[in-house]
Ligand binder design. Structure first.
Ligand SMILES: Cc1cc2nc3c(=O)[nH]c(=O)nc-3n(C[C@H](O)[C@H](O)[C@H](O)COP(=O)(O)OP(=O)(O)OC[C@H]3O[C@@H](n4cnc5c(N)ncnc54)[C@H](O)[C@@H]3O)c2cc1C
Ligand code: FES
Ligand code: FES
Length: 512
């Protein structure tokens, strides 16, 4: 391997892609240098590798569950049209072998050849955005991802970019000021937008590519990253006890929090066929390896009413790893995408080695964390049909915090009404039972009475027949039931024009 000394940066010029790369060797670029690791432990996190093996201790561990952002790093990938995409991810829950063929940037990588700070760091310094310093590298890396993806940002975008980073001492104002000002500095030699898209960067990543043939997959005992759907199906057929790993934002916590030993992992992230979004005349198909960062815009193009749901789903670093289908497959009763897609009539595409089938999402959940997936079967994608014109659609999330919190109750309603006559009603809830589900009694009650206040009240009353919610640390049973009813009222009020729309907080006060 040859190392090129580029303007202020070392990038490895790799052997051409045609040359065989050992299947058990993970290779990625770390702060400008190629790392080659033979059979890394399948569930070793990126954070563990950085701190314990690479000696890069700038990246911190706070929560080890994707919640605080202290461990934020930036992941570069070669995407369409030979352009690099750079996104912030949480290194504490992402497994090292998922870095194959990618570029990883940590806070240490931002230093300039002259030892000057990068504009993102300089701006933090100038605006006094750091106090304890522990959370600072994570903030810097979230801002760095923003820096590489924009020429400027308004306050709203900055706040969104920082919604996965916690600071408990400085307060956010100086950090936001630093973010707003970070583009005012001269472009750095290393890590400007232009430099990050430069030919050497692209060439270095191209050099890491394994090629498309199945034999070129990263594969060793305990880890396999197939490169085609058939290879994936074969792998799962041979080892049906394997765990399918998508973004790992649920699975990562099994290791870091539950300290579980996992069976062999089959990673979906390298299957190009599953990383596609397909716009079809009758709807949109989202593949199983598509991240939430890419999936939400595809959904919002057709269903802008889901905007708040998309923005409040975890944080950007989580959404940059997590997949939409992982949320559906995980089958948590509080998976936020599930009620939304049930209300929209989504259908899952499942397959195994020999055949494929389609299952309406609402029929996929058989009980608490129990799904209709058979041994050897996996999701290839989800199809969301086009909604008929004139739909009334709304989606709500009730949680203690606005950002980065788990729902107490989550709901999406999709109703077609012709005057007061209800043509169809799909009222889907999460957090109300062991699985996310439609409220069939409430739907019938609403349809029977019609799209008027009495119809909504009938639906609210019928919710008790649909759900007997649990009490847990997020909310009590009665609170959940009353919140669910109030969300229905809010839905009606905001669409009937009878009263101005209530904000969620107002709706919650109604529960008394
Ligand atoms: C800090 C934090 C915040 C979060 N916030 C939210 C939130 O606001 N709302 C919310 O709903 N969730 C939230 N989550 C949960 C999680 O991010 C989502 O459930 C995410 O969509 C899971 O996708 P993944 O790709 O990471 O799945 P993974 O963790 O890779 O997998 C999840 C499960 O699905 C299975 N699986 C994945 N893909 C397939 C497939 N194609 N076929 C069959 N099985 C498959 C896996 O085997 C595993 O059992 C949060 C998680 C964290 C850590
Ligand atoms: S250590 Fe808190 S998000 Fe990773
Ligand atoms: S600077 Fe560390 S918590 Fe804010």
């Amino acid at each position: 391997m040859e190392l090129l000394n580029l303007p202020g940066k070392l990038i490895a010029a790799m052997s051409p892609p045609s040359q065989a790369i050992p299947s058990q060797t993970l290779r990625f670029v770390l702060n400008g240098r190629v790392e080659a690791i033979d059979q890394p432990p399948p569930t070793q996190t990126i954070l563990e590798y950085l701190r314990d093996v690479a000696g890069l201790k700038g990246t911190k561990e706070g929560c080890a569950e994707g919640d605080c952002g202290a461990c934020t790093v930036v992941l570069g990938e070669l995407g369409a049209e030979q352009r690099m995409t750079y996104r912030a991810v949480n290194s504490c829950i992402r497994f090292l072998p998922t870095l194959d063929g990618k570029e990883l940037v940590t806070v240490e990588g931002l230093q300039q050849p002259s030892r000057a700070l990068h504009p993102v760091q300089q701006s933090m310094l100038d605006q006094h955005g750091s106090q304890c310093g522990f959370c600072t590298p994570g903030f810097v890396m979230s801002l760095f991802a923003l820096y590489l993806n924009a020429d400027a940002a308004d306050r709203e975008r900055v706040i969104e970019a920082l919604s996965g980073n916690l600071c408990r001492c400085t307060g956010y104002r100086p950090i936001i000021d630093a973010a707003l000002g970070q583009w005012k500095y001269a472009a750095p030699l290393r890590w400007s937008r232009a430099e990050s898209q430069s030919a050497p960067h692209v060439a270095a990543l191209e050099g890491l590519a394994r090629g498309a043939q199945p034999g070129a997959s990263l594969k060793y005992p305990g880890f396999h990253a197939p490169r085609s759907v058939q290879e994936l199906a074969d792998a799962l057929q041979e080892r049906p006890d394997s765990v399918l790993l998508a973004g790992g934002t649920d699975i990562g916590l099994m290791v870091t929090k539950q300290l579980r030993e996992l069976p062999a992992l089959i990673y979906l992230g390298e299957v190009a066929e599953l990383a596609r979004i397909e716009e079809r005349p009758d709807g949109v198909w989202i593949g199983a390896a598509v991240t939430l960062t890419d999936a939400w815009p595809a959904l919002l193009g057709r269903f802008p009413e889901l905007k708040e749901q998309a923005a409040r789903f975890a944080s950007p670093p989580i959404r940059n790893s997590a997949t939409l289908c992982g949320n559906l497959a995980n089958g948590s009763p509080i998976g936020d995408a599930i009620p939304a897609l049930i209300a929209l009539g989504a259908r899952l595409e499942l397959r195994n080695r020999a055949q494929q089938r389609t299952v309406p999402l609402e029929d996929f959940y058989l009980g608490y964390r129990k799904t209709a997936l058979a041994a050897g079967e996996f999701l290839t994608g989800v199809f969301i049909p086009r909604a008929a014109d004139g739909r009334l659609l709304a989606s709500y999330k009730v949680s203690k915090r606005v950002d980065q919190d788990i729902s107490a109750v989550c709901a999406t309603f999709c109703v077609h009404a012709d005057g007061e006559r209800i043509v169809s009603a799909r009222l889907a809830f999460g957090g109300m039972a062991g699985v996310a589900a439609r409220a069939h009694h409430a739907e019938r009650a609403l349809t029977g009475v019609g799209w008027r206040p009495a119809g909504i009240e009938a639906a609210v009353a019928a919710l008790g027949a649909d759900f007997k919610p649990l009490s847990d640390l997020r909310a009590g049973s009665a609170y959940r039931l009353r919140s669910a009813g109030n969300l229905l009222r809010r839905f009606y009020q905001s669409h009937a024009g009878a009263r101005p729309a209530l904000r969620t907080a107002d709706a919650l006060q109604d529960v008394g």
